[in-house]
Design a protein around this ligand. Sequence first.
Ligand code: PLP
Length: 398
Amino acid sequence: MSDPLRKESAGIIGEKMGQHYIPYGRQLIGADDIAAVVEVLQSAWLTTGPKVTDFEKAVAESVGVRHGIAVTSGTAALHAAMSAIGIGPGDEVIVPALTFVATANCVVYEGGTPVFADVHADTLLIDPDQVRKKITPRTKAIIAVDYAGQPCDYDCLSEIAAAHKLFLVADGCHALGAEYRGRKVGSLADLTVFSFHPVKHITTGEGGMIVTDKSDLAERLCRFRNHGISSDHRQRENQGTWFYEMVDLGFNYRLSDIQCALGISQLKKLPEWLARRRGLARLYDAALADVREVAPLTHNGDNQHAYHLYVVRLAEQTDREQVFREMRRKNIGVNVHYLPVHLHAYYRNRYKTAPGLCPVAEKTYERILSLPMHAGLCDEDVRRVVSALGEAVAGAGR
Ligand SMILES: *Cc1c(COP(=O)(O)O)cnc(C)c1O
């Protein structure tokens, strides 16, 4: 099928450079996805209908767990997870310093305190030794983030969680389809959260899901996304009753059938897209082996990486800002993931966090760059990115 976005960006953004814009991430929508959405638009259920349940079952099954609870975003999924495990004022939750802000924000939503742990310099995954150091009598949970799509050291994190009676929550927003020692991300923590934002592996426009094997948590999550009400509209319809009871305070975080139909259709293509992302990573690895100033993050051999991002570290004497600007000038959508959360103005103001708290994350952050990585890239795109990067770093020595 033709690719309208690509044509459009080639025409508008790429014109002056003569080469189309390559974004760091983007969705792939096919005729099958469009047909699936149209079918729902013509059906009786636009929301809280059968497609929601089907999508939940399909995602849960794909990662090998019993329950999936669809919500409106990955952020809503994190929020629901914090509520389900009972985070409240006075509770501390350990999160990695280098992640998207939502990983820490969800703790704040429920009145808890995020405590930042440093990461490994070579993988940017949370460092279990740093987690141990941050545990206090108030610690209630750890949120592990599978940065870039590589699973954390779950055996070690589970051991720490068990020893201190903590919940282990996985922010798997980068890692749908990843595996750790033969086990799927989604089956490695008490609760695992996924996002279906367009830059993630599969999309529903906006959307998210929590997966778990624990029935009591699943029940709480279902209530939380529906105002804290103990039954949903379809269940009442089926039972021929109007009565419902609100038992907790919840939100309207329901994902629609329109979105879930798109998700079901997208999920069918996940294996193929994961294989493509892994193939692109191998191309990058091979091509970058010759570029002295650029080092990809380490990929641990005991896992299957999902490559949401392809992140490289630039040499210390290379000026990242100059490389960033030069790549953007060449219509290549490089990006930086992420400014460490504790350095954001909000956290500095509210929690008095400051540079020095997580030195590895802070230092490595200044050298990282995310190269384009999505299933719609062709081999020629990778060659263009690598050649532009080679030129950019050559001109950005300090
Ligand atoms: C994308 C992402 C989220 C938030 O997901 P949304 O669907 O955008 O709300 C949370 N954590 C991480 C690590 C993410 O990459």
